[in-house]
Design a protein around this ligand. Structure first.
Ligand SMILES: Nc1ncnc2c1ncn2[C@@H]1O[C@H](COP(=O)(O)OP(=O)(O)OP(=O)(O)O)[C@@H](O)[C@H]1O
Ligand SMILES: [Mg+2]
Length: 512
């Protein structure tokens, strides 16, 4: 057994009004993949930000040691010097620069004192190809989707050849296929001697890659387990302090005797990314009924997010087809009009579309519902607003000192809950959820699922986009798989199987 490479002793980290870490002890052995697990707000990201020098020495109590010696990182550079490189949940890419420039940021290959552009592009292309990524090295990063950005960050960090690679929820935005690619690369790096700290809420993934698991709860390290003698239920129990048995609480729905009305009907819909461009979504037709959960699956880039954004009025140029919302044609969607008509979207990219991070939780919750609280003369009825905010704040169990806390200081999973709360506060009839459980811990996931059940029991209809097949199958009454902008297959609950859904996602309609 190798000596600890990194040791953390009696760590305490406080923010105004919050003790993020109250007692963390942890050691990392050279060459292992060590997972950190814990509920939203348990302190995982805070811990690795200390390790990465993002929170410098002096801003916390306790000790860090590398190779048996105490270290005092003044910033990210010091940590990188010690061989630690951290990929945080917040993206660190520069949107205006190209993929290649981002990968080699600060360490571009040079010819004399000039950047060697052809060499940089050649190397970036080789790295991307090695990862099986179909991304152009010269594409500006801002044009990439959230999953592709995540992959570019990973490629960059892996290429820096760090001794300790720290990944904070690297697969939150990846599809199952991409997760496999990433895990394969991690195993390869481990074989070459790289040590890795791996944070994820996806426990099957943790068990597939980690040698040991440390569980954090409420800012304290609870236990460290060797993966081979632990099980998922044991880890969950340490995380939440109770047992969870039914992971997907949706039972196959007893369809009401009277046929339920379609709340949303889409006929032959074709949409281009912009004027003058060819259609990307092509000839889509489907119905959504009251009380139903309609799942949409597909590989990354299949068009699921674009479809939702288009229906909501935030993406694309409609080339053909008809959309009817609650019996009325809906030809020219816009976000404001959608909300008025009871159609709402909780976006997957919470930093771009979901939240105003500098503002309070309460402000964010009521952001889409302001017309409802606006009284005669444009005055906002603050007490009414606060009561409603408090209701959603409590029922979603957002972990924060109060609804006046700024959204930007929340842990990733708690930000996601605020995005959901904001959508639900508009009192919608049709709720479109794009990856609603991304980055959410097991307990909170269950709360989201129960929320979906409550909404549909009230007769609301839900569209659920998810990259996790077990979730999609566990929570949907019907599933449509998209493949490169067209419908690759539609399945009733009784027909669900991973194989069939995947085949449809890849464009091989099942031969049944
Ligand atoms: N900059 C900050 N200011 C104030 N409070 C903060 C700040 N960063 C984190 N916190 C608080 O510290 C606690 C731990 O947060 P942290 O982000 O480490 O959780 P996490 O385990 O990574 O959760 P998640 O799984 O949701 O990402 C939370 O209560 C969070 O609100
Ligand atoms: Mg986190």
């Amino acid at each position: 057994m190798s000596a600890p490479l990194l040791v953390v002793r009696d760590l305490v980290k406080k923010f105004p009004g919050v003790v993020a870490l109250k007692n963390v002890n942890f050691d990392l052995r050279a060459g292992e993949v060590h997972a950190l697990c814990g509920e939203n707000g348990a302190g995982k990201s805070t811990l690795i930000k200390l390790l990465g020098g993002i929170y410098p020495h002096g801003s916390y109590e306790g000790e860090l040691q590398v190779d048996g010696r105490p270290v005092t990182f003044r910033g990210i550079r010091d940590a990188e010097h010690a061989g630690i490189s951290v990929i945080t949940q917040e993206f660190a890419l520069v949107g205006e620069l190209s993929v290649a420039e981002n990968i080699f940021l600060g360490r571009a290959p040079r010819l004399g004192w000039r950047v060697d552009w052809p060499e940089m592009h050649r190397r970036a292309a080789a790295l991307l190809a090695d990862f099986g990524l179909n991304i152009a090295p010269d594409a500006p990063v801002r044009t990439l989707g959230i999953g592709q950005k995540q992959l570019v960050e990973i490629v960059r960090a892996m290429d820096k050849k760090s001794r300790i690679l720290v990944l904070d929820e690297p697969t939150a935005a990846l599809t199952e296929q991409e997760v496999e690619v990433l895990l394969t690369h991690l195993r390869r790096l481990r074989a070459l001697g790289t040590t890795c700290i791996y944070i994820s809420h996806k426990l099957d993934e943790v068990f597939a890659i980690a040698d040991r698991i440390t569980v954090l709860r409420d800012g304290a390290s609870i236990t460290t387990l060797a993966t081979h003698d632990a099980t998922i239920p044991v880890v969950i129990k340490h995380m939440v302090g109770r047992e969870i048995t039914d992971l997907f609480p949706r039972k196959s729905r007893a369809v009401a005797a009277a046929p339920l009305a379609d709340v949303l009907s889409v006929r032959g819909l074709s949409v281009a990314p912009a004027k003058g461009r060819p259609a990307f979504l092509r000839d889509l037709s489907f119905e959504l009924r009251a009380g139903e959960v309609l799942g949409f699956g597909g590989l990354m880039g299949a068009g699921r997010t674009e479809l939702l954004m288009h229906l909501f009025g935030a993406w694309g140029q409609r080339l053909g087809g008809e959309v009817t919302l609650r019996g009325q044609p809906y030809a020219r969607p816009s976000p404001g009009e959608s909300i008025r008509r009871g159609l709402v979207l909780a976006s997957e990219d919470r930093r771009r579309y979901g939240l105003i991070l500098a503002q309070e939780i309460g402000f964010n919750l009521s952001l889409s519902s302001l017309p409802e609280f606006t009284r005669f003369g444009g005055r906002i009825d603050t007490p009414a607003e606060q009561v409603r905010n408090q209701h959603f704040y409590t029922s979603l169990r957002v972990k924060a000192p109060g609804q006046h806390t700024r959204a930007g200081t929340l842990s990733g999973g708690n930000q996601q809950k605020v995005v959901l709360g904001k959508a639900l506060m508009t009192g919608p009839t049709v709720i479109m959820l794009d990856e609603p459980t991304r980055g959410i811990d097991v307990g909170a996931k269950l709360e989201v699922y129960e929320l979906i059940n409550r909404l549909t029991a009230e007769g609301k209809a839900v569209i659920l986009v998810s990259s996790e097949l077990p979730e999609l199958m566990g929570m949907s009454d019907r599933v449509i798989m998209l493949h490169e902008g067209v419908i690759g297959g539609e399945f009733a609950r009784a027909e669900f199987s991973q194989e069939k859904l995947l085949a449809a996602a890849m464009g091989h309609a099942h031969a049944a």
